[in-house]
Design a protein around this ligand. Structure first.
Ligand SMILES: O=C(O)CCC(=O)C(=O)O
Ligand SMILES: [Fe+2]
Length: 283
């Protein structure tokens, strides 16, 4: 993994950095295979694959892919992230997402939170399948034009105040394996995309002192064997962070409970998922 020398400076000033083709092809191939093999059919289960709204998620990618875990804990990457915060980071969240439906967009917002989000694009980045757009430097600017602002939700703003032509940054046109890292405070949107199929890995890193949103990664012991102490401690936070452990699956809450998905909805989701897959194949 070759991270450019000025990456830290760029990330601090712009609030986002795009690292084209950072992840090697053979690494991507292993990750793709792991994802393909992983609990694909175990439905809306904490350990499996979830179909929520228009996306498929694997919520606990650390269970599914040792290679993906090692990639997001790469020492050079951790170095960059630690330097950004002047503090050690922890891996707060680690997921896979596949977009199942085209004809969508996400309006301009900030995620709100103390962390940095990293996307690894698993396929080439096109306008048709969607590419996040960022307003350069907006992570440190003040905004007054909040549109709606629900607790626990992102902070949506009026796009008419922003100059997308001269200030925006996008990974458009870059290849699979491209990485984008951005501050949760940066303004960004996902412009209208027509096609389903974009696959991304999302890793969120928090500075250790503000890691209260971190999730339990449900790590498999065998996925930890190649990790150094420095990497392992990024997965385990202090006792006061709720529910966090390496192998805690005693807590049996399933996503269907969290999202209150009824059995009939589960069945509809599955049928809908297969129809979408089928439809995409013949398009
Ligand atoms: O999917 C994307 O490209 C951006 C998504 C996003 O900004 C969000 O979910 O908060
Ligand atoms: Fe966002």
């Amino acid at each position: 993994m070759k991270i450019t020398e000025n990456a830290l400076e760029t990330l601090k000033s712009d609030g986002v950095i795009i690292l084209p083709s950072l992840i090697a092809r053979d690494t991507l191939d292993i990750i793709n295979k792991d994802i393909e093999n992983s609990n694909y059919l175990s439905f809306n289960d904490k350990l499996g694959s979830l179909f929520i709204s228009d996306n498929q998620w694997i919520d606990h990618l650390a269970v599914a892919s040792k290679t993906a875990l090692e990639t997001v804990l790469n020492p050079d990457l951790l170095n960059l992230l630690d330097s950004y915060f002047n503090e050690e980071v922890v891996l707060g969240s680690f997921k896979y997402q596949k977009k199942l439906i085209g004809g969508k967009s996400i309006p301009l917002h900030r995620d709100r939170g103390p962390g940095l989000v990293m996307f690894i694009f698993l396929n080439d980045i096109t306008k048709e399948t969607g590419s996040t757009r960022f307003i350069k430097g907006s992570h440190i600017s003040k905004i007054n034009e909040i549109k709606h602002n629900n607790i626990n939700d992102a902070e949506y703003v009026n796009p008419k105040y922003y100059d997308f032509k001269n200030q925006s940054i996008q990974a458009l046109g870059k290849k699979a394996g491209t990485v984008q890292i951005y501050s949760q405070n940066i303004l960004h949107d996902l412009p209208y995309y027509t096609k389903a199929g974009r696959e991304t890995i999302w890793a969120i890193y928090y500075p250790k002192s503000q890691a209260y949103n971190s999730e339990d990664h449900l790590i498999r012991i065998k996925n930890l064997i190649n990790l150094t102490e420095n990497q392992k401690k990024r997965l385990l936070i202090s006792e006061d962070t709720k529910g966090l452990s390496f192998t805690n699956i005693s807590n049996n809450i399933t996503v269907t409970e969290i999202y209150k998905i009824s059995s009939i909805h589960k069945i509809i989701y599955v049928i809908r998922y297969y129809l979408i897959q089928l439809f995409n194949r013949f398009k």
